[in-house]
Design a protein around this ligand. Structure first.
Ligand code: MTE
Length: 318
């Protein structure tokens, strides 16, 4: 993710072009080497062996969600992450291991009848875990396909009984600069915040993720709980959530706070609307060595297109 203003800390704009993304990824992977990449993914996996929820995985796959491509190999995916709390580059897997994911609680508050704060183990044991194969499209024009495990967002929200007057759902990531060096960079608007409308949150596809590849979520994927909204650009998929607030005010997201001319609230995948600095028409499929055309709503229009009727004039990523 890049912003328009160019300061000393920023990666050059050219790094956001599809070609250089591709070669940067190759360099990153080559730098790690096949053994290094596997070891890094493996180190995360071993740490997760002690996860008290490990017995819940793998969960049963929900066959309703089918892919048009191969699942991205885990060792590629687990070593190519956006998790700015741990650095503004892709190789943050090692740094992310500093995140302590027990104890971990998620607060649901704001415009609800019954505010709750739940421990992550309580959540995963109460919620109906299932595996879903989802495509994931980053605004940087790369994509991957992931077997996430989790449960519908609305099942968790229902526990707090949202009020009829609530219009939006806002999510917040942890704030702890002592373990997350990126959060010492005060020019970023920490903590990471994202938001959706109530209607989006109730959609079948809106999924809270607690696992991937048949086991508890690796830390670099946003353990112990992150969001997956496969029809939206990847920056909406907030990681390591600690608070969910029902509100009648439209949330201002982290990226919108940083650069609202480039990253809007809606952020639906739309190949016809370029990012101000690069095209969204195609995407580099990680691990597959090819580019493919990007689909409207990332191919999930049958589930979500009805949510945006009348909003065609909203200019950002609609
Ligand atoms: N959530 C937090 N808290 N911090 C981040 O930097 N990056 C976002 C999103 N969620 C981000 C985040 C972006 S830009 C993308 S593309 C996805 O996470 C990347 O998810 P992945 O690492 O599982 O591919």
């Amino acid at each position: 993710m890049l912003v328009r203003f160019r300061k000393g800390w920023e990666i050059p704009e050219t790094d956001a072009t599809p070609e250089s993304l591709f070669s940067n990824r190759r360099q990153a992977l080559a730098g790690l080497g096949a053994i290094g990449a596997t070891a890094l993914a493996g180190r995360g996996a071993r740490a997760q062996d002690a996860d008290p929820s490990a017995d819940l995985y793998p969960a049963k796959r929900n066959d309703k969600f089918v892919l048009d491509r191969e699942i991205t190999p885990e060792q590629i995916n687990a070593n190519y992450n956006n998790f700015y709390e741990f650095g503004s580059y892709k190789r943050v897997a090692k740094e992310a291991q500093a995140l302590k994911i027990r104890p971990w609680t998620v607060k649901i508050d704001g415009m609800v009848e019954k505010p709750v704060e739940l421990g992550i183990d309580d959540i995963v044991r109460r919620m109906p875990l299932e595996e879903r194969l989802y495509r994931h499209r980053c605004v940087e024009a790369w994509s991957m396909a992931v077997p996430w495990t989790g449960f519908p967002l609305r099942s968790l929200l229902d526990l707090a009984r949202p009020l009829g007057s609530a219009k939006y759902v806002q999510f917040k990531t942890f704030l702890n600069p002592s373990i997350a060096p990126g959060q010492k960079e005060t020019w970023y608007p920490w903590p990471y915040v994202e938001g959706v409308t109530i209607e989006e949150s109730a959609n079948d596809l809106a999924f809270l993720v607690t696992g991937a590849y048949g086991k508890p979520l690796l830390k670099q994927f946003g353990a112990p709980i992150r969001l997956a909204l496969p029809w939206k650009y990847g920056f909406k998929h907030i990681k390591s959530i600690v608070q969910i607030t029902l509100t009648d005010k439209r949330p201002k997201s982290y990226w919108e706070a940083l650069q609202d001319s480039e990253y809007g609230f809606w952020a639906n995948v739309n190949p016809a609307v370029p990012h101000p600095r690069w095209s969204q028409a195609t995407e580099e499929v990680l691990g597959a060595g090819k580019r493919v055309p990007t689909q409207l709503f990332n191919g999930y229009g049958e589930f979500v297109a009805h949510l945006y009727k009348g909003l065609e004039k909203e200019n950002l990523y609609m």
